[in-house]
Design a protein around this ligand. Sequence first.
Ligand code: NAD
Length: 540
Amino acid sequence: MTQPTSGPGPASAGELPFDPEHDPKASYAFEPGYVKALTDRVVSSTGETVTAYAPATGQPLAIIPQSSEADVAEAFERARRAQQAWQRVSIDDRAAMLLRLHDIVLDRQDEIIDLICWESGKARKHAFDEPLHIALTARYYARTAHRHLDTERRIGVIPVLTRAEVNHVPKGVVGIISPWNYPFTMALCDGIPALLAGNAVVAKPDAQTMLSALLGAQLLEEAGFPRDLWNVVAGPGRELGTPMIQRADYICFTGSTATGKHIARQCAERLIGASLELGGKNPILILRDADLERAAEGAVRACFSNAGQLCVSTERMFVADQVYDRFKEKFVERTKAMRLDAGIGWGSDMGSLISQDQLDTVTAHVEDAVAKGATVLAGGRARPDLGPYFYEPTILEGVTPEMTCFGNETFGPVISLYRFHDEADAVARANDGEYGLNGAIYSRDTARARMIARQIRCGTININEAFGATFASVDAPMGGMRESGQGRRQGGEGILRYTETQSVASQALLRFGPQFGMSDEQYAKVMTLSLRLMKKMGRP
Ligand code: NAD
């Protein structure tokens, strides 16, 4: 949540109604100078600032310097200079820095989680997923660096005489535009493979969650990455996005489908690549042989992690007729028992939404559904008594296609329950709509669930788990089909997107043309004969 401060002026905490670094009444425990050390990392020469507020309490949190187009240009220049030297650093040295980052993130998880909680308003247990995911990502890429990046031998056209190899050359400077919902992991997780592959980064995190992203930049430097390899700019995406795209060699975007399409058009204009991790309207299927206790427990995580502000969060739940009533009872009971709390301790099951905009969307979707005949089984109201943007975890039944929340992403703690009669019907309804990000299936027969998974048009499918099984299996690529995106993060796909594929082939003895006194016609005959021979020998 951000608001412009009084306009141009020094980025000083003294401008706030109170000073969060010193005020004893503030709920934050920043050491003096802590926030300033983070915000000093923003590439900014404008003198303009924006105040960030803590969503859970509405109190001011930090003053963030703002970047101009000239600052974006400066960030890219710094990055380009740093990348020239970085591409010569060995893969082993780069990987060693990632292993140091792994340790730093685990050692300092309390600090990271505190900051995420203050800045995003999410519950501590949901904030924990962020350092966890970064540690997993850093270790995975460090340990698999050679597998992805080493030069590979390929089949040369003439056995023995043609030696063909493929190099994975860094793109150069990658622009990363990230959202507010998982502010630490979304700022860093895509940049880790970019750095490992020999690139520099210019990052533009969402304006509402700059501090978590800036802490990520600081930890990278502490792990050994040169400071100018990762440059952060701050400001509205609609103003900084275009100057970034004009200078980047590749864009990694995470955010809404509407913005993703806009970015894709601009990248196409320059013929640069882009990966787009976008929205979803994710389904869960509860089959009739599901372990219902496990499914109800998983459903709470699937729907209400980070108050549903999670790209892979479930918003549509299809339950087999035979178990619908029993499942519903368990799920509703667990949802009603959830503890909502504005504190940053472990006691909360769900925190705040991030902003008034988010609260307005959630409220509008639920009010629209109720007005058109849906039933509220749990939740269904805002909780201003807890904080300005709290909204109860909400289960709806009887949602129909004319209701807004039927096909549109709410991106909040609202789930629609539906019955299904047979699996073909469930699969068809799961595939309904334009999105295709994440799905989940609960069944005791995992072999059957895997068969069903292949029929669902989603980039990731979790079996007997909500979303964590695929999200944390960082060797498996992750991303969306259809309007949920293009390209993949994680795994080989997640690092090779930041490289250009370069083929090098050297040729010994024979040339690709007549020799030994042959005519063109004789050469063509010899080549035809050798092609037939190679097929007979089983050569690919
Ligand atoms: P958003 O598209 O409004 O903003 C995301 C980022 O893009 C922010 O940094 C923003 O400043 C920037 N931006 C906005 N307009 C821009 C423009 N014209 N040019 C360049 N940058 C611009 O998204 P949001 O509403 O803040 O985030 C929530 C959405 O993100 C949801 O739809 C959610 O599903 C999606 N999301 C997807 C994933 C994923 O991995 N698939 C992860 C998290 C969030």
